[in-house]
Design a protein around this ligand. Structure first.
Ligand SMILES: [Zn+2]
Ligand SMILES: [Zn+2]
Length: 116
């Protein structure tokens, strides 16, 4: 896991500074330069729990909250089978620029289309 080199919440046992991981072999205190074997840290990591949200934040991933606003039927001609009824719902992408997207699903063939 690339995870080891990007985050660590382990602290220097001498000065309490958060350790950095310059290689896969050891962790180093950026302040007092003391080294710790990475094996030592991995053992502790087993009992360390982290939420998915924290991982995403650490990795710099955008947290996209999808919200189903509604699901209902509408008269829309399916471009695939010509059926004139589709389910539709809108989704608001909170962190996206384009805002609301409307999704249509044909009630006969299941063909999906979307409109911004
Ligand atoms: Zn230190
Ligand atoms: Zn269809």
């Amino acid at each position: 896991m690339a995870y080891y080199s990007s985050r660590l919440d382990f602290f220097c046992h001498l000065c309490g500074t958060t350790l950095i991981v310059p290689s896969r072999e050891y962790a180093q205190c950026p302040l007092c330069k003391s080294l710790r074997d990475i094996q030592d840290i991995r053992d502790k990591e087993i009992s360390y729990t982290i939420t998915a949200e924290e991982i995403r934040r650490e990795l710099g991933m955008e947290i996209i909250e999808e919200q189903k606003v509604q699901l209902s039927k509408v008269n829309k001609k399916c471009e695939k089978c010509g059926h004139d009824e589709a389910n539709f719902y809108t989704r608001q992408m909170r962190s996206a620029d384009e805002g609301q997207t409307t999704f249509y699903t044909c009630t006969r063939c299941g063909h999906q289309s979307q409109e911004n």
